[in-house]
Design a protein around this ligand. Sequence first.
Ligand SMILES: [Zn+2]
Length: 337
Amino acid sequence: MARHGLSLIDIEQAFGTEENCVRYLQAFRWPDGVECLKCGSKRVSKFQTNETQREITNKKGETREVKVPARILFQCNQPGCRHQFSATTGTIFADTHLPLTTWFKAIGLLMNAKKGISAKQMERDLGVHYRTAWHLNHRIREAMQDGDGSLFGGTVEADATFVGGKYDKRRKRGPYGKQAVAGVIQRKSDEGHSKVRAFPVEKEIISVMSTVIRENVATDAEIMTDEHGAYASLKKQGFKHEIVSHTKEEWVRGNIHTQGIENFWSLFKRGVVGSFHQVSVKHLHRYLNEFSYRFNNREDEKIFAMTVFNLVMGSALRYKVLVAKPSPASDAPFASE
Ligand SMILES: [Zn+2]
């Protein structure tokens, strides 16, 4: 299969220097030329600082030395302002002391990992601390979101599944401690390839699934589901609804099937099992976003640019929010690794 988007080698070549990364961010942030972040003046000059050491203190009052890499800065030349800033000021990139080249490499790793990548793997590939890798991983994953909330149309498959948890073999019962996940997939059409959306939900019940469908699918769409009771009211709600009866061992009847969404579930589960071992429920929506985003943009060469754009311009996911509780050490998705 042809590879789309930027390979890791492309990224290393294009973004191997801080200068190149800054120029890339700069173009997103100031398409009409750099403007002072304080006064808006375009009389701005560019200069470079050398690598320095800086002491940082955490909440517990412990201090440690961190290396502040050589940086490219801008200075406003407006008399009375003279503000200094960088292409990353006020963005998520400024929250770490990492060189932009490391960030870009991390983005490249996530874009290219079809089944996702663990922070452990990222730690090895980037040569950074585990904690750093874990935060990069989560922050980038957060930026992997399709902003456009347009309704799916044409032929749409809807389904739900369970992720995580354990099977109780003794009681031969369904999964417990599992998280229900709902998804819809718009099948490939003349307008483009298939697209998926998936979210953690409370349960696969009629009220939940009806909401998921109403919020994501146009009423003139044709919906394919299995025979689960959660979809019993779709016809009443005005959707064209076709059912495959899995309990009767019926999987495909002509074009009536839910193979698309089921393939997505298995891709997601393989990724979760293969790369992550276990995913904490708290972070599940991010993993689902990541997998959907890669799936939806698999033929789009702009996926890298889009992710960087989301990171620069989107709201920063603050370290504090992310690790509010419990601590990352105990909550890391594969702490057992
Ligand atoms: Zn200024």
